[in-house]
Design a protein. Structure first.
Length: 194
């Protein structure tokens, strides 16, 4: 008997009492029932979820909370006053205080947002800015990573990542540091209209 068979036999014995496996949650098209769970998890891991009605409300929030921060950059056409001159040199983004990018969708179980290079502008932008804001539709939150991977499927992309909360690290003394190797803070704007 090979190691694969041993592992599978151990798994079968572990569920010997015949307990049924839990039923996976499924998100129905057009529902927003997982948005609250997404925000709760996001906030537990140091991020912030903000519902906004439209692009004007998002812009107003940014201007009220980040206008004194310095350089605000966005790759979103609906936010032309924040749109950058993109560069092939990632060093051009070294002084970005807030980056606002669209995400494809969120995952409720871990507070992550799926984003690909098509929405980033440059792969360095989500990781080099001091603060990161991602924008998703409130209806585009799936309950689990399994459903997230089903949704991604075989869509073509050169680079993609799940981003969950601000950058975090802890040393052996258990001192948690935010922003050690990425954004100090992360906001996810959940669009409710438009």
């Amino acid at each position: 008997m090979g190691s694969k068979e041993k592992i599978l036999n151990n798994i079968a014995r572990a569920n010997a009492n015949g307990k049924p496996l839990p039923e996976l949650k499924k998100n129905q098209e057009g529902e927003a029932k997982y948005a609250g769970e997404f925000v709760a998890v996001l906030e537990k891991i140091g991020g912030k979820g903000v519902e906004v009605k439209d692009w004007a409300a998002l812009s107003q929030y940014v201007l009220q909370n980040f206008s004194a921060s310095g350089r605000i950059l966005s790759t979103i056409p609906e936010l032309p006053w924040f749109t950058p001159q993109l560069s092939d040199d990632p060093h051009a983004f070294e002084n970005v205080d807030l980056a606002i990018l669209k995400g494809h969708f969120g995952v409720a179980e871990n507070g992550a947002v799926w984003i690909t290079d098509k929405l980033m502008g440059d792969r360095s932008i989500p990781f080099i800015s001091q603060y990161l804001a991602l924008v998703i539709n409130k209806h585009d939150v799936v309950p689990t990573l399994q459903e997230a991977y089903e949704r991604i499927g075989y869509d073509p992309y050169d680079y993609g990542t799940f981003i969950a909360g601000p950058s975090k690290t802890a040393d052996i003394e258990q001192s948690l540091v935010l922003g050690a190797h990425g954004p100090k803070g992360m906001i996810v704007f959940l669009m409710t209209g438009d």
